[in-house]
Ligand binder design. Structure first.
Ligand code: CAA
Length: 291
Protein backbone atom coordinates (compact mmCIF):
# COMPACT_ATOMS: atom_id res chain seq x y z
CA UNK A 1 0.00 0.00 0.00
CA UNK A 2 1.27 3.50 -0.82
CA UNK A 3 1.37 5.88 2.08
CA UNK A 4 0.82 9.51 1.20
CA UNK A 5 -0.71 11.05 4.29
CA UNK A 6 0.17 10.73 7.96
CA UNK A 7 -2.03 11.48 10.95
CA UNK A 8 -0.16 12.49 14.09
CA UNK A 9 -2.07 12.40 17.37
CA UNK A 10 -0.49 14.53 20.10
CA UNK A 11 1.41 17.72 19.39
CA UNK A 12 3.91 17.51 22.25
CA UNK A 13 7.66 17.08 22.00
CA UNK A 14 7.47 13.82 20.03
CA UNK A 15 4.36 14.60 17.95
CA UNK A 16 5.78 17.86 16.68
CA UNK A 17 9.08 16.22 15.79
CA UNK A 18 7.24 13.46 13.91
CA UNK A 19 5.13 16.02 11.99
CA UNK A 20 8.36 17.90 11.19
CA UNK A 21 10.23 14.96 9.63
CA UNK A 22 7.17 13.57 7.84
CA UNK A 23 6.40 16.93 6.18
CA UNK A 24 10.03 17.36 5.14
CA UNK A 25 9.96 13.89 3.57
CA UNK A 26 6.97 14.94 1.45
CA UNK A 27 4.06 13.41 3.37
CA UNK A 28 0.85 15.36 3.98
CA UNK A 29 0.49 15.64 7.73
CA UNK A 30 -2.68 16.03 9.81
CA UNK A 31 -1.66 16.96 13.35
CA UNK A 32 -4.19 16.87 16.16
CA UNK A 33 -4.30 17.61 19.87
CA UNK A 34 -6.94 18.48 22.43
CA UNK A 35 -6.06 22.17 22.69
CA UNK A 36 -5.48 24.91 20.15
CA UNK A 37 -2.65 26.22 22.34
CA UNK A 38 -0.82 22.90 22.02
CA UNK A 39 -1.25 22.97 18.22
CA UNK A 40 -0.07 26.58 17.98
CA UNK A 41 2.95 25.82 20.16
CA UNK A 42 3.77 22.78 17.98
CA UNK A 43 3.66 24.79 14.75
CA UNK A 44 5.84 27.49 16.30
CA UNK A 45 8.25 24.78 17.50
CA UNK A 46 8.44 23.12 14.08
CA UNK A 47 8.96 26.50 12.44
CA UNK A 48 11.80 27.26 14.87
CA UNK A 49 13.47 23.84 14.47
CA UNK A 50 13.24 23.86 10.66
CA UNK A 51 14.50 27.44 10.70
CA UNK A 52 17.53 26.21 12.65
CA UNK A 53 18.11 23.52 10.00
CA UNK A 54 17.90 26.16 7.25
CA UNK A 55 20.31 28.38 9.21
CA UNK A 56 22.83 25.51 9.45
CA UNK A 57 22.50 24.70 5.73
CA UNK A 58 20.90 21.29 6.40
CA UNK A 59 17.75 22.04 4.37
CA UNK A 60 16.81 24.66 1.78
CA UNK A 61 14.48 27.54 2.63
CA UNK A 62 12.13 26.45 -0.21
CA UNK A 63 11.93 22.91 1.24
CA UNK A 64 11.04 24.35 4.62
CA UNK A 65 8.26 26.48 3.11
CA UNK A 66 6.87 23.49 1.19
CA UNK A 67 7.02 21.28 4.30
CA UNK A 68 5.26 23.84 6.51
CA UNK A 69 2.44 23.98 3.94
CA UNK A 70 2.02 20.20 4.13
CA UNK A 71 1.14 20.35 7.85
CA UNK A 72 -2.52 20.84 8.69
CA UNK A 73 -3.77 21.03 12.27
CA UNK A 74 -7.15 20.07 13.66
CA UNK A 75 -8.87 19.72 17.01
CA UNK A 76 -11.13 16.97 15.62
CA UNK A 77 -9.64 13.51 16.09
CA UNK A 78 -12.02 12.29 13.36
CA UNK A 79 -10.05 14.30 10.72
CA UNK A 80 -7.12 11.94 11.25
CA UNK A 81 -9.23 8.96 10.17
CA UNK A 82 -8.83 9.78 6.49
CA UNK A 83 -5.02 9.45 6.53
CA UNK A 84 -3.08 6.36 5.37
CA UNK A 85 -0.93 5.94 8.47
CA UNK A 86 -1.74 7.15 11.96
CA UNK A 87 1.01 7.66 14.54
CA UNK A 88 -0.29 8.11 18.05
CA UNK A 89 2.10 10.18 20.16
CA UNK A 90 -0.11 11.15 23.09
CA UNK A 91 0.69 10.92 26.80
CA UNK A 92 2.49 7.74 27.82
CA UNK A 93 -0.52 6.28 29.66
CA UNK A 94 -2.23 3.15 28.41
CA UNK A 95 -5.78 4.31 29.28
CA UNK A 96 -5.25 7.54 27.28
CA UNK A 97 -3.92 5.68 24.24
CA UNK A 98 -6.71 3.10 24.34
CA UNK A 99 -9.37 5.83 24.56
CA UNK A 100 -7.84 7.58 21.53
CA UNK A 101 -7.85 4.43 19.38
CA UNK A 102 -11.42 3.69 20.47
CA UNK A 103 -12.62 7.21 19.56
CA UNK A 104 -10.78 7.12 16.26
CA UNK A 105 -12.01 3.72 15.10
CA UNK A 106 -15.39 4.75 13.55
CA UNK A 107 -13.62 7.36 11.39
CA UNK A 108 -10.87 5.14 9.97
CA UNK A 109 -10.52 4.01 6.36
CA UNK A 110 -10.40 0.18 6.30
CA UNK A 111 -6.82 0.18 5.00
CA UNK A 112 -5.37 2.76 7.41
CA UNK A 113 -2.41 1.50 9.40
CA UNK A 114 -2.44 2.36 13.10
CA UNK A 115 0.80 2.83 15.02
CA UNK A 116 1.85 4.06 18.42
CA UNK A 117 5.02 5.94 19.32
CA UNK A 118 4.82 4.38 22.77
CA UNK A 119 8.22 3.96 24.37
CA UNK A 120 7.29 0.84 26.32
CA UNK A 121 3.60 -0.11 26.41
CA UNK A 122 2.69 -3.51 24.89
CA UNK A 123 1.86 -3.16 21.18
CA UNK A 124 -0.01 -6.47 21.24
CA UNK A 125 -2.25 -5.24 24.06
CA UNK A 126 -2.94 -1.86 22.40
CA UNK A 127 -3.63 -3.61 19.07
CA UNK A 128 -6.00 -6.13 20.63
CA UNK A 129 -8.40 -3.33 21.57
CA UNK A 130 -8.71 -2.14 17.94
CA UNK A 131 -10.53 -3.62 14.93
CA UNK A 132 -7.22 -4.17 13.06
CA UNK A 133 -4.49 -5.86 15.14
CA UNK A 134 -2.91 -7.09 11.88
CA UNK A 135 -2.50 -3.48 10.73
CA UNK A 136 -1.14 -2.19 14.05
CA UNK A 137 2.53 -1.59 14.94
CA UNK A 138 4.90 0.24 17.25
CA UNK A 139 6.61 3.17 15.49
CA UNK A 140 9.04 4.51 18.07
CA UNK A 141 11.02 7.67 17.36
CA UNK A 142 13.87 9.03 19.50
CA UNK A 143 14.07 12.57 20.84
CA UNK A 144 14.95 15.00 19.22
CA UNK A 145 13.19 13.41 16.25
CA UNK A 146 14.77 15.58 13.51
CA UNK A 147 18.27 14.67 14.71
CA UNK A 148 18.13 11.06 15.89
CA UNK A 149 18.70 8.46 13.18
CA UNK A 150 16.87 5.52 14.71
CA UNK A 151 13.26 4.40 14.56
CA UNK A 152 12.28 1.22 16.41
CA UNK A 153 9.64 -0.81 14.59
CA UNK A 154 7.78 -3.17 16.88
CA UNK A 155 5.50 -5.89 15.59
CA UNK A 156 2.66 -7.06 17.80
CA UNK A 157 1.83 -10.75 17.80
CA UNK A 158 -0.74 -10.24 14.99
CA UNK A 159 1.03 -7.61 12.84
CA UNK A 160 1.17 -8.71 9.19
CA UNK A 161 4.17 -8.49 6.87
CA UNK A 162 2.54 -5.89 4.58
CA UNK A 163 2.08 -3.52 7.49
CA UNK A 164 5.66 -4.01 8.61
CA UNK A 165 6.96 -3.38 5.10
CA UNK A 166 4.80 -0.28 4.65
CA UNK A 167 6.24 1.19 7.87
CA UNK A 168 9.76 0.20 6.86
CA UNK A 169 9.20 2.09 3.59
CA UNK A 170 8.24 5.21 5.53
CA UNK A 171 11.36 4.98 7.71
CA UNK A 172 13.49 4.63 4.53
CA UNK A 173 11.87 7.68 2.97
CA UNK A 174 12.66 9.66 6.12
CA UNK A 175 16.31 8.75 5.58
CA UNK A 176 16.37 7.10 9.00
CA UNK A 177 17.34 3.57 10.06
CA UNK A 178 14.86 1.07 11.44
CA UNK A 179 15.63 -1.43 14.18
CA UNK A 180 13.16 -4.29 14.49
CA UNK A 181 12.31 -5.07 18.07
CA UNK A 182 10.12 -7.78 19.50
CA UNK A 183 7.18 -6.68 21.60
CA UNK A 184 8.58 -7.02 25.13
CA UNK A 185 8.73 -4.30 27.80
CA UNK A 186 10.92 -1.36 26.77
CA UNK A 187 11.70 -2.90 23.36
CA UNK A 188 15.46 -2.41 22.71
CA UNK A 189 16.45 1.20 23.40
CA UNK A 190 14.59 1.73 26.64
CA UNK A 191 15.35 -1.77 27.93
CA UNK A 192 19.00 -0.70 27.94
CA UNK A 193 18.88 3.10 28.33
CA UNK A 194 16.41 3.41 31.22
CA UNK A 195 18.17 1.04 33.64
CA UNK A 196 21.34 3.09 32.97
CA UNK A 197 19.52 6.34 33.79
CA UNK A 198 17.90 4.71 36.85
CA UNK A 199 21.34 3.52 38.00
CA UNK A 200 22.66 7.08 37.63
CA UNK A 201 19.84 8.24 39.94
CA UNK A 202 20.77 5.49 42.45
CA UNK A 203 24.38 6.67 42.22
CA UNK A 204 23.14 10.15 43.17
CA UNK A 205 20.75 8.80 45.85
CA UNK A 206 23.50 6.81 47.53
CA UNK A 207 25.87 9.79 47.46
CA UNK A 208 28.47 8.14 45.26
CA UNK A 209 28.57 11.30 43.17
CA UNK A 210 26.67 14.55 42.74
CA UNK A 211 24.73 15.63 39.64
CA UNK A 212 27.75 17.33 38.09
CA UNK A 213 30.24 14.52 38.74
CA UNK A 214 27.86 11.81 37.51
CA UNK A 215 27.08 13.63 34.26
CA UNK A 216 30.69 14.65 33.66
CA UNK A 217 31.85 11.09 34.28
CA UNK A 218 29.59 9.66 31.60
CA UNK A 219 30.21 12.50 29.11
CA UNK A 220 33.98 12.52 29.43
CA UNK A 221 34.50 8.92 30.54
CA UNK A 222 32.11 7.13 28.20
CA UNK A 223 31.73 9.69 25.41
CA UNK A 224 27.97 10.10 25.87
CA UNK A 225 26.70 13.34 24.27
CA UNK A 226 24.69 14.11 27.43
CA UNK A 227 25.16 12.89 30.98
CA UNK A 228 22.46 10.44 32.18
CA UNK A 229 20.81 12.97 34.54
CA UNK A 230 20.82 15.70 31.89
CA UNK A 231 19.32 13.17 29.48
CA UNK A 232 16.67 12.17 32.04
CA UNK A 233 15.65 15.85 32.33
CA UNK A 234 15.55 16.04 28.52
CA UNK A 235 13.30 12.95 28.20
CA UNK A 236 11.12 13.93 31.20
CA UNK A 237 11.41 12.33 34.64
CA UNK A 238 7.76 11.25 34.56
CA UNK A 239 8.41 9.38 31.31
CA UNK A 240 11.57 7.77 32.76
CA UNK A 241 9.63 6.64 35.85
CA UNK A 242 6.73 5.34 33.75
CA UNK A 243 9.14 3.26 31.63
CA UNK A 244 10.94 1.88 34.71
CA UNK A 245 7.54 0.85 36.10
CA UNK A 246 6.69 -0.93 32.83
CA UNK A 247 10.04 -2.80 32.98
CA UNK A 248 9.58 -3.62 36.68
CA UNK A 249 5.98 -4.83 36.29
CA UNK A 250 6.40 -6.50 32.91
CA UNK A 251 9.65 -8.36 33.60
CA UNK A 252 9.01 -8.88 37.33
CA UNK A 253 12.68 -8.48 38.24
CA UNK A 254 13.86 -6.29 41.15
CA UNK A 255 16.80 -5.10 39.07
CA UNK A 256 14.32 -2.71 37.40
CA UNK A 257 13.14 -1.17 40.72
CA UNK A 258 12.70 2.58 40.11
CA UNK A 259 15.00 4.62 42.34
CA UNK A 260 13.01 6.27 45.20
CA UNK A 261 14.77 9.56 44.41
CA UNK A 262 13.38 9.48 40.84
CA UNK A 263 9.90 8.93 42.31
CA UNK A 264 10.44 11.85 44.70
CA UNK A 265 11.38 14.27 41.89
CA UNK A 266 8.28 13.23 39.95
CA UNK A 267 6.08 13.63 43.05
CA UNK A 268 7.48 17.14 43.48
CA UNK A 269 6.48 17.96 39.91
CA UNK A 270 10.16 18.40 39.04
CA UNK A 271 9.88 16.65 35.70
CA UNK A 272 12.96 18.06 33.97
CA UNK A 273 13.21 20.65 31.23
CA UNK A 274 9.49 20.79 30.51
CA UNK A 275 8.75 22.08 34.02
CA UNK A 276 12.04 24.00 34.23
CA UNK A 277 13.26 21.87 37.13
CA UNK A 278 14.54 18.33 37.47
CA UNK A 279 18.08 17.20 38.26
CA UNK A 280 18.96 20.70 37.05
CA UNK A 281 17.16 23.99 37.62
CA UNK A 282 16.61 25.66 34.23
CA UNK A 283 15.00 28.87 35.44
CA UNK A 284 18.19 30.95 35.28
CA UNK A 285 20.60 31.65 32.41
CA UNK A 286 22.49 28.36 32.78
CA UNK A 287 21.23 25.06 34.25
CA UNK A 288 22.16 24.66 37.96
CA UNK A 289 22.38 21.15 39.53
CA UNK A 290 19.73 20.59 42.22
CA UNK A 291 22.03 18.21 44.20
N1 CAA B 1 15.22 20.02 15.58
C1 CAA B 1 16.11 20.19 14.59
N2 CAA B 1 17.45 20.18 14.80
C2 CAA B 1 17.90 20.04 16.08
C3 CAA B 1 17.00 19.87 17.16
C4 CAA B 1 15.61 19.86 16.86
N3 CAA B 1 14.69 19.67 17.82
N4 CAA B 1 17.73 19.76 18.30
C5 CAA B 1 19.03 19.82 17.94
N5 CAA B 1 19.12 20.01 16.60
C6 CAA B 1 20.35 20.06 15.79
C7 CAA B 1 21.11 21.33 15.95
O1 CAA B 1 20.66 22.32 15.09
C8 CAA B 1 22.54 20.88 15.61
O2 CAA B 1 22.69 20.81 14.18
P1 CAA B 1 24.14 20.79 13.45
O3 CAA B 1 24.73 19.45 13.71
O4 CAA B 1 23.80 21.00 12.04
O5 CAA B 1 24.92 21.88 14.08
C9 CAA B 1 22.60 19.48 16.14
O6 CAA B 1 21.25 19.05 16.28
C10 CAA B 1 23.27 19.43 17.49
O7 CAA B 1 22.58 20.31 18.36
P2 CAA B 1 23.26 21.36 19.34
O8 CAA B 1 24.54 21.88 18.74
O9 CAA B 1 22.23 22.33 19.76
O10 CAA B 1 23.56 20.57 20.65
P3 CAA B 1 24.37 19.28 20.91
O11 CAA B 1 25.56 19.12 20.01
O12 CAA B 1 24.58 19.30 22.36
O13 CAA B 1 23.36 18.09 20.53
C11 CAA B 1 21.64 16.58 21.01
C12 CAA B 1 22.09 18.02 21.06
C13 CAA B 1 21.49 16.14 19.55
C14 CAA B 1 20.29 16.53 21.69
C15 CAA B 1 22.72 15.69 21.72
O14 CAA B 1 23.01 16.21 22.99
C16 CAA B 1 22.30 14.26 21.88
O15 CAA B 1 22.41 13.46 20.97
N6 CAA B 1 21.83 13.90 23.09
C17 CAA B 1 21.33 12.56 23.39
C18 CAA B 1 19.94 12.42 22.87
C19 CAA B 1 19.37 11.05 23.13
O16 CAA B 1 19.98 10.17 23.70
N7 CAA B 1 18.12 10.88 22.71
C20 CAA B 1 17.40 9.66 22.90
C21 CAA B 1 16.56 9.81 24.09
S1 CAA B 1 15.71 8.32 24.43
C22 CAA B 1 14.32 8.42 23.54
O17 CAA B 1 14.02 9.38 22.89
C23 CAA B 1 13.48 7.23 23.61
C24 CAA B 1 12.46 7.22 24.65
O18 CAA B 1 11.47 6.55 24.45
C25 CAA B 1 12.59 7.90 25.96
Amino acid sequence: MTIKSIGVIGAGQMGNGIAHVMALAGYDVMLTDVSQDALDAAIAGIDGNMGRQVGRGKIAEADMQAAMKRIETTLALSDVGATDLVIEAATERESVKQAIFEDLQPHLKPETILTSNTSSISITRLASRTDRPERFMGFHFMNPVPVMQLVELIRGIATDQQTYEACLGVVDRLGKTAASAEDFPGFIVNRILMPMINEAVYTLYEGVGNVKSIDESMKLGANHPMGPLELADFIGLDTCLAIMNVLHDGLADTKYRPCPLLTKYVEAGWLGRKTQRGFYDYRGEAPVPTR
